[in-house]
Design a protein. Structure first.
Length: 261
């Protein structure tokens, strides 16, 4: 007897991927890849910003500590008769009793931490805080990417924007205020030189849209209100007030001499 054999073939779908579906799948893959790349770039940028912020904070802490240590042993007059403490709103030079570590290995005799003088200078230059060691003449950058800095000097009655210990003796206190970010409404400190934009090469347009012209880029650098040191200012990001022990301004010395005569 003949047996009937049934077909066991699985029916195949006659429908395949259309061109539209292929293009849609490719678009989704490209979109996912672009999103992942953007997220990765954002993570790298965030890590870079955090690292730069940490380096800047460490540099500011080192600068303020150097200022405090120098003021602790400040002298009114250096070995050559120059003023021991001189400064203005953006720089300060302090001569102190002591010997620089670079001289400790010097075979020369007569080194005394009491009679010797070691002078350092802190200065704000083009957004950077630099320190100059007058013992070896080396200038080192401590902090970069700063907006403004301000030194002030207290005479026992009020703050002043400059100081010279030859005329005024040692200040009672020294204040250092540091701003790391620009002020609101494009305000600018009067004691900081305005940035110069003489040619197009000094303008950073890397983050500007392609449709922004040169005039708009220049307008972005326009300065708003000029604020003086005694005007209400934005709160500084870092501030340090250093007291000088046993500081007696020259004016008080004169008054004491008159009272005792």
């Amino acid at each position: 007897m003949n047996r009937l054999h049934r077909s066991t073939r699985v029916p195949r779908s006659g429908r395949g991927f259309t061109l539209l579906e292929v293009l849609l799948a490719l678009a989704i893959i490209i979109l996912l890849f672009a999103t992942m790349t953007r997220v990765f770039d954002d993570l790298v940028d965030a890590r870079t910003r955090v690292r730069r912020s940490m380096i800047r904070t460490e540099g500011i802490a080192a600068a303020l500590e150097l200022l405090a240590r120098s003021a602790d042993a400040a002298v009114a007059t250096g070995l050559d008769g120059e003023a021991g403490v001189t400064g203005d709103s953006t720089s300060i030079r302090i001569a102190r009793s002591g010997v620089a570590t670079t001289r400790l290995g010097d075979p020369a005799t007569g080194i005394s931490p009491v009679q010797d003088r070691h002078a350092v200078e802190l200065a704000f230059r083009d957004g950077e805080l630099v320190v100059r060691d007058e013992d070896d003449g080396v200038t080192e950058t401590l902090v970069t990417e700063l907006f403004a800095i301000r030194f002030r000097y207290h005479d026992g009655r009020e703050w002043s924007a400059s100081w010279n210990s030859d005329a005024s003796g040692l200040p009672v206190a020294i204040e250092c205020s540091i701003w790391t970010t620009p002020w609101p409404d494009a305000a600018w400190p009067a004691w900081i030189p305005e940035p110069e934009l003489d040619d197009e090469s000094t303008i950073d347009r890397s983050d500007a849209p392609l449709d922004v012209g040169l005039d708009e880029s220049i307008e972005a650098f326009e300065i708003g209100t000029i604020l003086e040191s005694d005007d209400p200012l934005p709160a500084p990001d870092h501030v340090r007030v250093v007291s000088i022990l046993d500081a007696v301004p020259v004016e008080r010395l004169g008054m004491a001499g008159e009272d005792g005569s």
